[in-house]
Write a protein that binds this ligand. Structure first.
Ligand SMILES: [Zn+2]
Length: 84
């Protein structure tokens, strides 16, 4: 029991990722919460991964908002680089 809550940073980062994908059981949730409370590195990792996921969600919602003019401009630049 003494070591049950004492998880490694590797396990903590795995649990942070798993939480985003499929969620955690109550035991895993508790282990992670305790580790985050005592480990600044994993706390920072959790903040960063939450930020990255938030950004990627925003990006996927906005991906069809590129104007035709912007598309033509990008295509012209790509053609210019490939052609050179
Ligand atoms: Zn840690």
């Amino acid at each position: 029991m003494a070591n049950w809550f004492n998880i490694s940073c590797v396990k903590a980062t795995y649990l942070i990722s798993k939480k985003q994908e499929s969620g955690l059981g109550i035991g895993e949730h508790l282990q992670l919460a305790i580790h985050i409370a005592i480990c600044d590195v994993c706390k920072l990792f959790k903040i960063q991964i939450n930020y990255i996921i938030k950004c990627s969600k925003n990006h996927s919602q906005e991906e069809h908002h590129l104007s035709n003019q912007a598309k033509q401009s990008i295509k012209a630049k790509v053609d210019e680089v490939i052609g050179s």
